[in-house]
Design a protein around this ligand. Structure first.
Ligand code: GRF
Length: 213
């Protein structure tokens, strides 16, 4: 059974989609938020999932927060860490610790529009397509090997909110499927890219290089 730890900051609708997908061979071991009032925490707790809130404002530095966060995550022996609307810039040390086993979903077709306000920016640029991207997390914000993308047409009269709502529906399909593939050993990072099939399986069997140990 693979342990998944999900990090959220707010409503946690992507976290809910992953929990409700009932991914074979995997369990959501914990949901952790950096905001004690994150609505998704109560939703997870009601379903018997372990929850924790680590208020980032209580820590003197980004490093101190990330160290406490890693300790909380590691208490659940995670095979995979899933960022689902987790609104924090992560330190390089934190991203290295979970290299190849931490996913994020971003509401744009990366590499377009990393960062915030993606839908506003897509509309501003007159994009005809918008969408979302699931990727492995690296030290560079909203970069990292791409696992899956979904696109929607931008419609006449779209607002940032209407576009966000349409993309969010897609996120709820794309993210559980990406997590399922990881849990099933169908995907892995090989030479900085996402490999699938036998290549991914082989990489998961090979010894962990000492730099990642
Ligand atoms: C999603 O649009 C996700 O792509 C972005 O933040 C939003 C989180 O929504 N990173 P939710 O908390 O999963 O409902």
């Amino acid at each position: 059974m693979k342990n998944i730890v999900i990090l959220i900051s707010g409503r946690g609708s992507n976290m809910q989609a992953i929990v409700e997908a009932g991914i074979p061979g995997a369990r959501v071991a914990a949901v952790i938020a950096n905001r004690p009032d994150a609505a998704g925490l109560a939703w997870a707790a009601e379903r018997g999932i372990a929850t924790a809130a680590l208020d980032h404002k209580a820590y003197a530095s980004r490093e101190a927060f990330d160290a406490a966060l890693a300790e909380t995550i590691d208490a659940h022996a995670p095979d995979l860490v899933v960022l689902a609307g987790f609104m924090r810039i992560l330190t390089e040390g934190f991203t290295r610790r979970y290299e190849g086993r931490m996913l994020n979903i971003h509401p744009s077709l990366l590499p377009a529009f990393p960062g915030l306000h993606t839908h506003e920016r897509a509309l501003e640029m007159g994009c005809k397509l918008a969408g979302c991207t699931v990727h492995f997390v690296t030290a560079e914000l909203d970069h990292g090997p791409i696992v899956a993308q979904g696109a929607v047409s931008v419609l006449d009269g779209d607002t940032p909110d209407s576009l966000a709502a349409r993309v969010l529906k897609l996120e709820h399909q794309l993210y559980p499927e990406a997590v399922r593939r990881f849990a099933a050993g169908e995907i892995a990072v090989v030479d900085g890219k996402v490999a699938s099939g036998p290549e991914a399986a082989a990489s998961l069997l090979s010894p962990v290089p000492s730099s990642k140990a």
